[in-house]
Each structure stands twice: as C-alpha cells, then as structure tokens.
Design a protein around this ligand. Sequence first.
Ligand SMILES: [Zn+2]
Length: 263
Amino acid sequence: MPLAVLHTSDAFVLRTYDYGEGHKIVVLFTRLDGLIRAVAHGARSSKNKYGAALELLSEVAITYREREGRDLAQLVTCDVKRTRFSAAADPATLAMLAYWAELVSELFPPHQANDPVYRLLSVGCEAIERRLSTGLDEARQAQPALAAYVETWLLRLAGFLPSWRQCARCGAFFDAEQPARLASDGTPACRSCVSAGRDIGPLTRRAYAAIQRFGPDEFLGQAVPTHVVADVAEVNSRLMQAVVERPLKSYAVWQRLRAETLE
Ligand SMILES: [Zn+2]
C-alpha cells in the first residue's frame, strides 16, 4: 500500500476541469504547499456537494489526501471561506481574475509554499470587490492599474522582475530623469550599454517603485496616468512571455471582454 497523507490548508481555486464521469480536477494554490492538483469526486453530479466552493478564486479551507508517487491529490473536504459573487456578476472582472489565476499557475512550481503570493491574491480580490461595491464603472476603471499591480508583484515574487535601479551590464545607477532600457534578454541596462531594446521611461520606473512600496488601494489612489499603466502592462507582458513562452489565453479573453464593456 502506498503511503497516504492527509493535509489541511486554506487555498484559492485557480481553475477546474472535467475529469472522468462526473468528477473535476481542481487546481489550487494552497497556503501551506503552494500549487496542487486534486480530484473533486462527484463535483459534476446532481448531488454536487461543493457548490460555490470550486468557483474561480473562491477561498476555501480544504483537507486533501496525497499518495506517495502520485501527482494528483484527492479532495476530502472543501469549505467555502469567501466567494467572488460580486466579481462573477461582471464578465470582464471575472476574466481578469481568471488571468491572475493563470499567471499564478504558470509562474510558480507545484508544492512550493509562497505566503506572499497567497496574500497578494487575497488583497487583489478584496481591492476589486471594494471597487465593485462602489460601482461597476469604478471597478472597470480600476482594472488596468490593479492588474498591473498584481502582475508586477507576481513577477517579483517569482523572481522575474528587474530592479530598474541599475544597469545589469556596467552597474551604473540609472538617472532618475532619463529612460533606462530593457535588453532583449529581459535585463535592465543603460542606453550606452545596450544599443537596441525597449526604453523604460522615468514615469514607468516610478510606477514600478510605487507598486512595490504600496498596498493595492494606496497604489490605485495614486491615480497613475493611463498611458503609464499601459506601459507597465506592456513591459510586464514582455517579461511574462520570456518566462511562459506562449501567449496567455486568459489575458486575450480579458482584453476582449474589457474592450466590449468600453464600447
Ligand atoms: Zn550600463
């Protein structure tokens, strides 16, 4: 008999997909063991005992059984702590949350606890829910800056965010008023060290600094200009592509739904 171990943890539901007859596989980011995949037996049957527990970015308290040598765990209990009902009512917001969830599942390895990532998901969801409680327009306006905030932190926590303080080639500190450059290998450099690459202007570097200094609400309160937020998002997407090496489907869906709501 292979050894089976029962674990208990809080977790965020990142995604689910159908499995066998009436079951689902759930991808979870657990607080104590990072990414795991677990089978939720009977999750598609009429007696589905999970209810809203398996919805996107629901925060749940789970027990699950792991067997030695098997990648797939078994979900034993799954109790809802927080659902995302208000976010789920707006397709564009839900699509943004799906994008965050895909980022987490792509950027972090299985079975590696990362409490800052867990807390980031928590504060990110709470920030968008606070905006939604004020009004749908508020929430939609806050989306790009909040997504840039979450992307930047996920890149940093995964170890893929350049410092934007000094050149990776010559070590010189960047002039606060001059553009720096992102070399094609994803490292920051001064313009005299790297002849080609994408400029990272002072405002964009300041936005990166603010994201890393403040909580999401304080950062949103800074009202960083739209074009600067867009620039951060574009740099983030380059950094992301260097790591993930394929376009993220959820990002395209979010952008399309967002464009539709702005029409
Ligand atoms: Zn240099």
